[in-house]
Design a protein. Structure first.
Length: 260
């Protein structure tokens, strides 16, 4: 069972700047399906999805605009409207997704854990990813989808390994971060399952710019690590990372109300 999750919420949200000047991306509201539609911050939906697959301890990595998010979650904890073990750590400067994950090393200590960005949500695949990790015991499981514009994303070069729980199962041979000349159209969604070896892989990255998580995954693969992926539906990733994606996500969630 995977009991721990790291949620990265330290980015500046430059593509959503008009909104993220007011609130962190993690507090942007989405529609939750219930007896009546409700607006709920995406952080609540992320935590809920992870709790459904057994996660009970969360570390939230926040940046300089993280106080509203801390206040919101602490209020929910104190009012008993959220039952979870939540702690926070700071990324003082925006040094990259990989740097944010490195700050969780003491929290994780050893064993497996989720990494989840604060600007998106999977519609499906969490439970299957946990089962895959438990059965194959790799160093990482990634959640993938085919895209039309691969140069915008972290991209995986893969080898087919059959299927797993009705998803296409692949072994990940290499990864690139936003390549100019992509070698595949298979994008990495910002949800991951790792063991503790990812921390050494990130520490061994040599870069003068931001430390991207993709660089650490590449180091993990190059050093002999086993990384598998589940290829999900193209529309499996709901994003609030930019205005166009946010509007599309709100419309999709609202229009799906009452259909399940």
């Amino acid at each position: 069972m995977i009991r721990k999750a790291v949620i990265t919420a330290a980015g500046l949200g430059t593509r959503m700047r008009n909104m993220t000047l007011i609130m962190p991306k993690a507090l942007l509201p989405l529609v939750r399906r219930s007896e009546i539609p409700m607006l709920i911050p995406i952080i609540d939906l992320i935590i809920s999805r992870l709790q459904e697959v057994g996660v009970s301890k969360f570390l939230i990595v926040v940046g300089r605009n993280g106080k509203p998010l801390i206040d919101y979650l602490m209020d929910k904890l104190f009012s008993d409207s959220l039952t979870a073990n939540i702690s926070f750590t700071f990324q003082e400067k925006p040094l990259g997704f990989g740097d944010a994950v490195l700050r969780a090393r003491d929290f994780v200590n050893s064993g497996s854990f989720f990494v989840h960005a604060d600007d998106g949500l999977l519609l499906t695949g969490y439970a299957e990813g946990v089962r895959l990790f438990n059965e194959l015991n790799p160093n990482a499981v990634l959640f993938l989808r085919e895209v039309n514009n691969p140069s915008r994303y972290g991209i995986a070069v893969v080898r087919d390994e059959g299927s797993f729980n009705n998803f296409r199962l692949v072994r990940i041979l290499d990864v690139d971060e936003k390549p100019r000349n992509p070698r595949s159209n298979i994008a990495i969604s910002a949800v991951y399952i790792f063991d503790e070896k990812i921390f050494n892989s990130l520490e061994n990255v040599k870069t003068e710019g931001e430390l991207e998580l993709t660089y650490g995954i590449k180091n993990l693969i190059d050093s002999g690590g086993e990384v598998y992926g589940l290829i999900l539906d193209r529309n499996s990733w709901l994003s609030v990372g930019d205005p166009e994606s946010y509007i599309e996500t709100i419309n999709r969630m609202f229009n799906s109300y009452g259909k399940n």
